[in-house]
Design a protein around this ligand. Structure first.
Ligand code: UD1
Ligand code: MG
Length: 453
């Protein structure tokens, strides 16, 4: 909205007791991203906007999550949780700086869209003091009910204070509001706590606006956009809604999915053109899939980049830090972690490739293991371009296999192999002794082997 300034305050100080979890409510994930991050990403951003997040006193992790998502976020702490109006006033300093529009959203409504924030700002521009986002709830239990007179909003009644007749109302408060930024503070400061829960309800702002002779309006949206997450069951419902959205966006962008309902995506997954994802694939955070790549069934991928025309799976696991070059192939029952596979590399069957760099067109035979962990720390394996590693070989890191080198099947390699050299089984006995000796040496130096990571 050009020309108008906006301050968005996101309330995230609640304890979320109904989640029955030690994790603060707003940090629970939907599509591999916190509830709070979803709300912050939808909030107005860019020039003329500012953002404040209200957190609980013991919620440093919430502040970190907020700053990661929106480095421009100012953090305010609500010392006592005395209700949503009290929480807004924790960000009083931000409100005092003055903005044309003051938007308030809850950190536990992750499905909200950027367009809806803009829709709420429109009536404020036209002179209303308050615009409240409403929706028709299939089951309104727990939500604040919107009391309307024609198209005028008269008041919001919280569940605990509602009469049986009011409880029958299905038009509910989504929790997102826009105030006239110049009037907001004087309105919110008038809110008291004369209710069943003795809380300062932000929703009481509506009646105050009416008493002042100002205008309050309702903007309606679909229930799917404003589901508030208070329980694990609601978290699972929100996940379903978000997954349908992400699948639809992927299909619209040209991704081929035979059974999209079996594919799980993350909010930040990116796709090139002509990507195919077969049924039953799980994609975690930080994954990019380039043009023409195919992800076969039952693959699990996190924090990885898949190059053009690369093939993955079926039954592959790509852990954080995996990067596949153009046309690289990861076959069935292969696990990769912190591994760069240059263009054309093939790891076709039953292998573990961890803490490794594999040069272009190298062929890694079935059952090859990079032994990256020596009981004390992680070590790196480097395999040169065009190398051939025979089946069932153990590459005991740190180790370098030269370009074009040949490793005979069943080898245990503990010493560097020069370019174009052939390491055959004759060297195995000494190599094995080398690995055992290193382990013994570390132990005698007082190191204790740790469990593998
Ligand atoms: C609230 C609304 C209700 C609405 C519903 C929509 C009020 C009084 N009620 O109820 O009308 O239908 O959301 O989901 O506003 N929070 C704080 N500090 C506090 C209390 C809450 O920061 O002292 C934060 C919470 O972290 C949460 C949000 O405010 O993100 C809403 O609080 P919650 O307890 O979930 O309110 P609801 O009972 O869901
Ligand atoms: Mg809630």
């Amino acid at each position: 909205m050009t020309g108008r300034t906006a301050l968005t305050i996101v309330l995230a100080a609640g304890e979320g007791t109904r989640m029955r979890s030690a994790t603060p409510k707003v940090l629970h994930p939907v599509a591999a991203q916190s509830l709070l991050a979803h709300v912050l990403q939808a909030s107005p951003a860019g020039s003329g906007t500012s953002l404040a997040v209200v957190i609980g006193p013991d919620h440093r992790a919430v502040a970190e999550d907020a700053r990661r998502t929106r480095p421009d976020a100012a953090i305010f702490v609500q010392r006592e949780r005395l209700g949503t109006a009290h929480a807004v006033l924790a960000a009083r300093d931000a409100i005092l700086r003055g903005a044309d529009d003051l938007l308030i959203a809850f950190g536990d409504t992750p499905l909200i869209s950027a367009a809806t924030f803009e829709r709420l700002r429109a009536p404020i521009k036209k002179g209303a003091a308050l615009a409240v986002l409403g929706f028709r709830a299939a089951d309104p239990t727990g939500y604040g009910r919107l009391l309307v007179d024609g198209d005028r909003l008269v008041a919001i009644r919280e569940q605990a204070d509602a009469s049986p007749a009011e409880r029958a109302i299905t038009l509910c408060n989504a929790g997102v509001m826009a105030f006239d930024g110049r009037k907001a503070l004087s309105i919110i400061e008038k809110i008291g706590n004369a209710n069943k829960k003795r809380e300062y309800y932000l929703t009481d702002a509506v009646a105050i606006v009416r008493d002042l002779g100002l205008e309050a309006v309702v903007i309606e949206t679909s229930e799917d956009e404003v589901r508030g997450i208070n329980t694990k069951a609601q978290l699972a419902e929100a996940e379903q809604v978000m997954q349908s959205r992400l699948r639809k966006a992927a299909l619209d962008a040209g991704v081929t999915m035979i059974a999209p309902e079996t594919v799980f995506l993350a909010a930040d997954t990116t796709f090139g053109k002509d990507v195919t994802i077969e049924p039953f694939v799980v994609i975690g955070p930080g994954v990019s899939i380039s043009d023409g790549a195919v992800i076969h069934s039952f693959s699990h991928i996190t924090q990885s980049s898949i190059g053009k025309n690369a093939l993955v799976g079926p039954f592959a696991r790509l852990r954080p830090g995996t990067s596949l070059g153009e046309g690289a192939k990861i076959g069935n029952f292969v696990e990769a972690k912190a591994a760069t596979l240059e263009a054309g590399v093939k790891v076709n069957h039953l292998s573990y490739v961890g803490d490794a760099h594999i040069g272009a067109n190298a062929n890694i035979g079935a059952g090859t293991i990079t032994c990256n962990y020596d009981g004390f720390g992680k070590n790196k394996t480097e395999i040169g371009a065009g190398a051939f590693v025979g089946t069932n070989s153990s590459l005991v890191a740190p180790v370098k296999i030269g370009k074009g080198a040949y490793i005979g099947s069943g080898s245990v390699i503990t010493r560097d192999v020069p370019d174009d050299a052939m390491a055959v089984e004759r060297s195995q006995q000494t190599n094995r002794e080398g690995g055992a000796k290193r382990y013994r040496d570390l132990k005698t130096r007082g190191k204790t082997p740790k469990g593998s990571g």
